[in-house]
Write a protein that binds this ligand. Structure first.
Ligand code: DX5
Ligand code: ZN
Length: 216
């Protein structure tokens, strides 16, 4: 599958409706919403009110990526607010029990649940959850901000995970950070299904052309 999820991280909140409409009219599949708590990562971004605000205003899949501590508390709040999928970090959990609890609580609150790993976490860490999650999000930059350089090691992780799950469409493989015209195609070749892209798309007059280019 070749899906694109524009990340609105760099968008001015005042321009959010236009930014989402642009993604929609350009053929995006998901809208990627980055939530940071100022603890798990230094920066703080939107809260649940943003997801509530945009719910029902567009047709894209609300892909919420929470970079927060205690995802078992925060995750279900986003599910209730209207997220279609909530992806949390394995590094925010102490053990498998916390991960499984978080997945269940997000699902009970009405969303799909997914896990993400940072660049230094080995891909094998997600193996116990492959039957239980909607997607696996492989970070190709340190989470926390947009506009960083793609870390090559992510390609190897995508390949390894693709081999492990075969052609199955579950879970989907998503990659986030530093995606552009060079690294996007390499990620698809390695076996990724969904590319998250922020600074390569937003702020450029040829947004739609760039997005279509990523999907080719
Ligand atoms: C980073 C976020 C990303 C970010 C990607 O922590 O998870 O979704 O918006 O931005 P770019 O595409 O600029 O690397
Ligand atoms: Zn993200």
């Amino acid at each position: 599958m070749k899906l694109v999820a524009p990340s609105i991280l760099s968008v001015d909140p005042a321009n959010l409706p236009e930014a989402i409409a642009l993604a929609e009219s350009s053929g995006a599949d998901y809208i990627h919403i980055d939530i940071m708590d100022g603890v798990f990562v230094p920066r703080k971004t939107w809260d649940v009110s943003l997801v509530k605000q945009i719910k029902g205003t567009h047709t894209l899949f609300n892909d919420v990526h929470i970079m927060v501590e205690k995802p078992w508390i925060v995750g279900p709040e986003f599910a209730k607010a209207g997220a279609d999928n909530v992806t949390f970090h394995l590094e925010a959990c102490q053990n498998e029990e916390e991960v499984r609890k978080t997945i269940s609580l997000i699902e009970e609150a009405g969303a799909k649940a997914s896990v993400s790993i940072k660049p230094n976490t080995p891909i094998e860490a997600v193996y116990p959850y492959l039957d239980s999650v909607y997607l696996v999000l492989i970070m190709s930059v340190e989470p926390g901000r947009g506009g960083q350089q793609f870390i090559d090691g992510a390609l190897e992780k995508i390949k390894t995970l693709r081999k492990k799950i075969g052609d199955s469409k579950s879970p989907l493989i998503e990659v986030d950070g530093g995606i552009n015209a060079t690294f996007g195609p390499l990620c698809y070749q390695a076996g990724a299904d969904i590319l998250v892209s922020g600074s390569y798309l937003y702020g450029h007059p040829d947004f739609a052309k760039r997005l279509k280019g990523l999907k080719e």
